[in-house]
Design a protein around this ligand. Structure first.
Ligand code: FES
Length: 97
């Protein structure tokens, strides 16, 4: 009986920090494996959001990939050198006057 070889690892950058991931792994899986959760804030109410459907429908997993905002992390696959940016920073406050 033979064993399957381990998948190749690649290096990605998550919010400026280098991290290892399996080649071909979804970006969502790479982020969760790295302990990154949630991935963004709702732009209306500021609540933290994370992947829900895992199949490209709900848009709750959007991140910026290689400078392209609004990328669905659940349907994208990691590639070596990929730059991944989450969006969990607090929303700016607006002064009402
Ligand atoms: S988790 Fe729903 S679109 Fe990615």
């Amino acid at each position: 009986m033979s064993t399957s070889p381990l998948p190749e690892t690649v290096t990605v950058t998550i919010d400026g920090t280098p991290s290892q991931a399996w080649a071909g792994q979804s970006v969502t899986a790479a982020l969760v494996t790295a302990g990154i959760w949630p991935l963004r804030r709702n732009p209306v109410d500021g609540r933290l959001r994370g992947p829900f459907c895992g199949m490209g429908v709900c848009l709750e997993c959007e991140v910026t990939l290689n400078g392209r905002p609004g990328s669905r992390s659940c349907t994208a696959h990691v590639t070596d050198g990929m730059d991944i940016r989450t969006h969990t920073e607090p929303l700016p406050t607006v002064a009402h006057g």
